[in-house]
Write a protein that binds this ligand. Structure first.
Ligand SMILES: [Fe+2]
Ligand SMILES: [Fe+2]
Length: 185
C-alpha cells in the first residue's frame, strides 16, 4: 500500500476509535448512566485540534490538490469533502458546549450531540476510505504518488509535525485506555 494511503488510513482509524467511544458514551447516557467526564473532555481537546488543524488540512494540501481537475467525479467529491471539513467546526463546538453543560449540571443533549458528531466522522471517513482513495488509485500517476508519499512521509520525520503527531498519539492512547476497559474475563 502507498504510504500516503497507509498514513491517512491510520489517522482515519484513530478518528473511528473516537467515534466509537462517543457512541458508547451516548448509549450509557441513554440508559440512564453517568459518563466519564475526563474522557469526554480529552475527546473535545483531541477533536478541536487533530482532525481540524492537522488531518483535514493535510488531506486538502496533498490528496485533494493532486486529484483536483482530474475528473468531474473527483472534483465533485473534493467539493463535498472540503465543505464537510469546513462544517466540522460547528459540530465540534456543539460537542464542547454539550460536554460543558453536562459537567455543570448533568443537563443538555450530550447523547444526541455525541451521536451526531460520531455519525459525521464515520460517514466522512467512509467516503474517503472507499471513494476518494479509489479515485486516487485510478487517476494518479506513479510520479504523482511518489510526490504525495514523499510529502506525507516528511511529516513522520523528527521535527515540528512529528512532535505534534506524537502529542496527539499520546492523547488518543489516554482516551482509548480510559474508555475501553478490559472486555470479558
Ligand atoms: Fe477528510
Ligand atoms: Fe480524512
Amino acid at each position: 500500500m502507498r504510504s500516503t494511503l497507509r498514513i491517512l488510513k491510520g489517522e482515519h482509524l484513530a478518528l473511528r476509535g473516537i467515534a466509537r467511544v462517543l457512541k458508547m458514551e451516548a448509549l450509557v447516557l441513554e440508559r440512564g448512566g453517568r459518563v466519564d467526564l475526563d474522557v469526554l473532555k480529552d475527546i473535545v481537546a483531541y477533536v478541536r485540534e487533530f482532525p481540524m488543524r492537522f488531518h483535514h488540512p493535510k488531506e486538502e494540501r496533498t490528496l485533494f490538490a493532486a486529484l483536483s481537475g482530474r475528473s468531474p467525479e473527483a472534483d465533485a467529491l473534493i467539493v463535498r469533502l472540503t465543505s464537510e471539513h469546513a462544517d466540522e467546526g460547528r459540530l465540534v463546538q456543539c460537542l464542547a458546549d454539550a460536554v460543558a453543560a453536562y459537567a455543570r449540571d448533568g443537563g443538555g443533549n450530550l447523547a444526541g450531540v455525541a451521536k451526531d458528531y460520531a455519525r459525521y466522522l464515520e460517514e466522512h471517513i467512509h467516503l474517503e476510505d472507499h471513494q476518494l482513495f479509489a479515485q486516487a488509485e485510478h487517476l494518479l500517476s506513479p510520479a504523482a504518488w511518489d510526490a504525495l508519499d514523499a510529502t506525507l512521509e516528511q511529516a513522520q520525520q523528527p521535527g515540528q509535525d512529528k512532535a505534534e503527531l506524537d502529542r496527539f498519539t499520546r492523547l488518543h492512547l489516554r482516551i482509548m485506555d480510559a474508555a475501553l476497559p478490559p472486555f470479558g474475563g
